[in-house]
Design a protein around this ligand. Structure first.
Ligand code: THG
Length: 365
């Protein structure tokens, strides 16, 4: 498959594009109609680096939608079964967003800035239009817009040291999924303890594209001697960690329970999907971590059918070879009863090749 994108305004560049390109972009994918760069030569070497040092990722494509107004919380709660009532003004929350018939629309991080002001840090689907539709249909008092805010992830075991160099030791005390204000070029910006890896770190929400250069240069100056690299989410690490990818691991055809997000389904007043989710509380298939007995695993660019003794029981949706665990790591959607840990399955791989797979009790990290 060729790896080219014909650029135009639709494939939006980010405030960091110029600077990451200087570090050597190898390819782009498109996410929320925006460029999401790949920087590594080797996925496996990059994974090892992410686990030992620190990387800065241009994840501006995690597009922000701001909801501001007296019905902002009500609007949000209409879209998610996770209870947002007790969120604090310095808190972020990972939430499944669902349609009224109970199917996944997105799995964003919601950031509360004030009781009447939230940002939704989107996975790859057009929630801004959906929010605008709800506002119009229900006559809500909320402004829905895309602010000029672009997340930059700082991930890896040395992320604390790097962030502390820029913003002081207080960043070390920031708790998981909490945020604080830090200074970038004289402007207060939001720094959160979050990110799409489990190697630790932060996301800095750049508030104004014109500050990108200053932030980028300060980070790379501070990162000297830390083996800091410009990077991007790593497909091996995120599967090992069980960080789901909307559009890959789950889609509009899956319920949150099927997507393995049942722990966030809380029957909260105001969620439009309550009845539908109750009716579908016992899923017929579910997301599982799966181990594939192979050392050479190609990218999963179409689902790989899963079989159990000649019967079709689901599909692999993401896969990679893990140098750390010396096995193929994968995320699969599997029918009952083949989803029980320990179940042996056959994978119809991309070639003519058949591979052996085993359902795991959980992810690797
Ligand atoms: N950070 C921000 N925005 C994002 C992502 C992100 N938008 C797109 C995408 N990633 C959304 N998907 C996820 C998936 C997993 C997590 C965050 C966003 C995640 N999960 C933790 C876990 O599963 O252990 C924590 C879940 C929890 O708090 O319960 O971090 O990465 N800004």
């Amino acid at each position: 498959m060729p790896h080219f994108i014909t650029p135009s305004l639709r494939t939006r560049r980010t405030p960091f594009s110029r600077w990451v390109e200087q570090k050597g972009v190898k390819a782009y994918t498109v996410y929320n109609h925006m460029l999401l760069p790949t920087l590594f030569e080797s996925l496996e070497e990059d994974c090892a680096h992410l686990k030992r040092a620190v990387q800065v990722w241009d994840v501006s494509a995690q597009r922000q939608v701001e909801l501001k107004g007296c019905h902002a919380e009500r609007l949000l709660q209409m879209t998610t079964p996770r209870n947002l009532a007790r969120m604090r003004d310095d808190q972020c929350c990972y939430v499944p967003m669902v349609s009224p018939d109970g199917y996944m629309l997105n799995d964003p991080v919601v950031i509360r800035l004030a009781p009447d002001r939230f940002r939704v840090s989107l996975a790859d689907s057009d929630m801004l239009f959906y929010f605008k539709g709800l506002v119009a249909g229900f006559g809500l008092d909320v402004a829905v817009f895309e602010p000029d805010v672009s997340p930059l992830a700082i991930q890896g075991p040395l992320a604390n040291d790097l962030a502390a160099k820029l913003w002081g030791d207080k960043v070390r005390d920031l708790r998981f999924f909490r945020h604080m204000k830090v200074d970038v070029g004289g402007k207060g910006m939001l720094l959160a303890r979050s990110g799409w890896s489990k190697q630790g770190g932060f996301e800095l929400y750049l508030d104004g594209a014109e500050y990108a250069e200053d932030l980028w240069k300060r980070l790379f100056e501070a990162g000297e001697g830390m083996d800091l690299r410009a990077g991007c989410p790593n497909g091996i690490e995120r599967i090992e960690s069980g960080l789901l990818s909307f559009g890959n691991d789950m889609t509009l055809s899956d319920t949150p329970q099927q997507a393995g997000l049942g722990r966030y389904v809380q029957d909260v007043p105001g969620c439009l999907a309550n009845d539908a989710l109750k009716a579908m509380a016992r899923p017929m298939r579910i997301i599982r971590a799966v181990e594939i007995a192979a050392h050479d695993i190609p990218g999963c660019v179409s689902p790989w059918p899963l079989w159990m003794q000649g019967k079709r029981v689901g599909e692999i949706r993401s896969a990679a070879y893990s140098p750390e665990f010396e096995i193929g790591v994968a995320i699969a959607m599997i029918d009952a009863p083949a989803w029980s840990p320990g179940t042996l399955l056959q994978v119809e791989g991309p070639g003519d090749e058949w591979l052996e797979a085993t359902v795991r009790p959980g992810f690797w990290r």
